[in-house]
Design a protein around this ligand. Sequence first.
Ligand SMILES: *[C@@H]1O[C@H](CO)[C@@H](O)[C@H](O)[C@H]1NC(C)=O
Ligand SMILES: *[C@@H]1O[C@H](CO)[C@@H](O)[C@H](O)[C@H]1NC(C)=O
Ligand SMILES: *[C@@H]1O[C@H](CO)[C@@H](O)[C@H](O)[C@H]1NC(C)=O
Length: 192
Amino acid sequence: MRLQLLPWALLALLAGGGAGIPPHDDAARVARYVVHQCDWGALATLSAREPLRGRPFANVFSLSDGPPGPRGSGVPYLYLTALEVSVQDLQVDANASLTVSLAQTPYCKKKGYDPQNPLCAHIIFSGTVDKVNDTEAVFAKLALFSRHPEMASWPQDHNWFFAKFNITNIWVLDYFGGLKTVTPQEYYNVTP
Ligand SMILES: *[C@@H]1O[C@H](CO)[C@@H](O)[C@H](O)[C@H]1NC(C)=O
Ligand SMILES: *[C@@H]1O[C@H](CO)[C@@H](O)[C@H](O)[C@H]1NC(C)=O
Ligand SMILES: *[C@@H]1O[C@H](CO)[C@@H](O)[C@H](O)[C@H]1NC(C)=O
């Protein structure tokens, strides 16, 4: 049975991962799905440096919620260094917002959905970026390095560390009629 399912899962991935998007009224599952499909996100911090101090600063970060496969953990893991300008913002104020979108996958282009079209599902998170402990770092490393092999060769003297986006609020835009709210509890408890 398992062996028969495997090629279909592979086909779905090759097709752009769009085949498996959950129904739009199942917002928590849509959020989990989009996060797992995305290899990166836009992370907005509050700038800690002049001339922008206190103003929003959006930057791109590679992320992963787990190795490739049918489902992830839902936790957006990050590989960071204090040399990075946004990480310096986070050291002053760890509050941040993270956005991921199916526009980052072939799905929306294939469907003819503009990135701003809600049908091109996008998820907005609010929370904090927190370093993970050594136990969780083992999984974070597996999640990140399996999907971002280049990370293994990033300069060691930059003191990279594993972090996660600690989600406090979730908004899902996957259909007409405005933002849907999902609680972190709903997000983590759902089977994606
Ligand atoms: C997040 O922002 C709130 C409101 O400004 C602040 O009280 C809190 O300390 C910040 N949290 C962190 C972890 O920096
Ligand atoms: C590490 O963090 C995880 C996730 O927050 C937590 O469940 C676990 O208890 C922590 N382990 C240690 C040794 O602190
Ligand atoms: C995640 O955020 C919650 C709520 O803001 C906070 O209580 C918790 O300590 C944070 N977790 C970590 C690992 O920093």
